[in-house]
Design a binder for this molecule. Sequence first.
Ligand SMILES: NC(=O)c1ccc[n+]([C@@H]2O[C@H](COP(=O)([O-])OP(=O)(O)OC[C@H]3O[C@@H](n4cnc5c(N)ncnc54)[C@H](OP(=O)(O)O)[C@@H]3O)[C@@H](O)[C@H]2O)c1
Length: 279
Amino acid sequence: MKDLRNANAIVTGASRGIGAHIARALASSGVNVAVAARSPRQLEAVRAELAALGVKAIAIRADITVPAERQDLAERAAAELGPVDILVNNAAAERFSRYTDLDATQIEAMVCLNLTAPLLLIQAVLPGMLDRGKGHIVNLSSASGTVATPFNAVYSATKFALVGVTHSLRAEHLGSPVGFSVVCPGFVSEDGMYARYQAQGLRRAPLLVGTTTPRKVASAVLRAIREDRAQIMVNSPPARPTAVLQAAAPQVMPRLLKQVGLTSMVARAAEMRRTSAVQ
Ligand SMILES: NC(=O)c1ccc[n+]([C@@H]2O[C@H](COP(=O)([O-])OP(=O)(O)OC[C@H]3O[C@@H](n4cnc5c(N)ncnc54)[C@H](OP(=O)(O)O)[C@@H]3O)[C@@H](O)[C@H]2O)c1
């Protein structure tokens, strides 16, 4: 989609963190935005900011793991803004932890939020996009969707899955005017889930996996839509060869991640999470 002006978008997880930055970037390009999340007050603050940029902006309180609320989100966005042209599947949760410390409920909840909900939101909006011959879906994955990070099995699984979902849909809809992109940020400083660990004293991510900023992630989302990019890694340069190495020689990765200090960093994050220093 080259011209974003007056397009209508849904951004999930836009009450704070990276989602709010993505919503602002879209609104700054003239896109009308429905921001969705569970926290009404934070959502309303973001909505007001977007409306001040001169676009239509609505706040829809929705827990996207609840089928009726997910359906309501898709229906209200279309009713109040108009046909949905852009879906940004951004909402997700991460829970650094020893895998054996997670219970079944926690695993299922994370898979539902990070993977099932995006899949079903795509189903809710894609038929309309295909009928109208216009639309773009952006899935927020992660560097953990290209390099399997320890103490992060469920999150990594869902983020690898979103890469697969995106490329499968691109192949299925090759030649269609509807586009699909996946954006894979490294650790994001300043705002969002990783910044909360940093604020509690977690040391900087090692060079190999790299870091980025919410603003760079938001502009990558816009670039993905405008240029119909298949996949954008938003990260410092050493992360790219690392992703290639993961695919070509997965047997070397655990030792490499340990050597560069990534394993000890995420083990510390898991400990912070276990002792409730970070939610
Ligand atoms: N931060 C990083 O370092 C980083 C790195 C790579 C990729 N990413 C990806 O970037 C995206 C955004 O991450 P972030 O760091 O901005 O996360 P965040 O600060 O934790 O924000 C998560 C957002 O999702 C919403 N959310 C959570 N559960 C929800 C639910 N059940 N239904 C609806 N909304 C829900 C939250 O709002 P409510 O609590 O109000 O519902 C919030 O708006 C995620 O996909 C993440 O995997 C982040």
